[in-house]
Design a binder for this molecule. Structure first.
Ligand SMILES: [Zn+2]
Length: 290
């Protein structure tokens, strides 16, 4: 994938956020926050991650709202297991958290295996409590796939701004408009899950350099308080967070549906249907893909 300049990325961020906005998701977040326990808050942060524990918690809350009611009930019932799976370290396999441009890292394979294992667990009748723990691990790794800072380590100055960027993303969450794009894995087989995971990693890697460049103005390090809503970090933070929520909902729904769960009634499907109807209206502009 060709590296893109900040201007073109910002333009694409703007066009995407303009297309699809579901403000009702934001307005109901507060109510849902009461349902999902705050166990996420104490989770360990990745060494260089755009998602803070609070951001990950919000990501899960947003994705839970989108999935079929039967799955939603399960995830809420075992919310502690969900949180535990989400914050679980992958023992002695730290490479499972990143997929760097230089070929190091094992995130794509780890995410693939974890999604596949969750489906096998459902198929084989593993206790649902344990299945939900697996869903939590899926949530963590799918989040990692959409994290630009997990996709490269080439910028030696990254340690100077990575934590500030994670705090910045956390701060802008109330302003982020959730967008959906129906791009599920083609199947539950390993090849489909792997190519789906790799597509997300390749997509988010494009944003690594622009984040770093945004922190240097006239040769000096700046802080995120200088970023406004028209800034490149705002666009990238919004876009990557929205994609992570979208991908997480799709990953969970695929595992659930293919595992024989009742997949009816998902808010995700209703919102996508509405969007497709609008896109089909005469005069409506077609939705674009990144
Ligand atoms: Zn991670």
């Amino acid at each position: 994938m060709q590296p893109r300049g900040p201007e073109s990325i910002l333009t694409s961020c703007r066009s995407l956020t303009r297309i699809r906005a579901f403000p009702t998701l934001r307005s109901r977040r507060a109510a849902l926050a009461l349902v999902i326990v705050a166990a996420f808050a104490s989770g360990p942060a990745d060494p260089a991650a755009a998602w803070s524990p609070a951001t990950r918690k919000q990501m899960v809350e947003d994705a839970v709202r989108l999935v079929p009611p039967a799955l939603q009930r399960l995830l809420k019932r075992y919310r502690r297991e969900l949180a535990r799976g989400m914050t679980l370290r992958i023992p002695e396999q730290e490479a499972g958290h990143f997929e760097h441009a230089d070929g190091s890292g094992d995130l794509v394979e780890t995410a693939t295996d974890t999604m596949r294992a969750a489906w096998v667990a459902l198929q084989t009748g593993e206790p649902l409590r344990q299945v939900v723990t697996r869903m939590g691990r899926v949530a963590h790794l799918v989040g990692d796939l959409d994290d630009p800072l997990a996709m490269s380590h080439e910028d030696p100055r990254e340690p100077l701004y990575a934590q500030d960027y994670a705090r910045y993303v956390e701060r802008i969450l109330p302003k982020v408009r959730l967008t959906l794009e129906h791009r599920p894995p083609q199947g539950i087989d390993t090849d489909s899950l792997r190519s789906w995971s790799r597509a997300s990693a390749d997509w988010s890697r494009d944003f690594y350099d622009p984040i770093g460049r945004s922190y240097w103005v006239d040769g000096r390090l700046v802080e995120s308080r200088t970023f406004d809503e028209r800034s490149i970090p705002f666009g990238i933070g919004s876009l990557t967070y929205a994609r992570a929520v979208n991908d997480l909902a799709l990953a969970w729904m695929t595992i659930w549906r293919e595992g024989g769960g009742d997949a009816s009634g998902a808010l995700y499907d209703r919102l996508i249907e509405v969007r497709e109807r609008r896109a089909g209206d005469p005069g409506a502009s077609p939705a674009t893909q990144p």
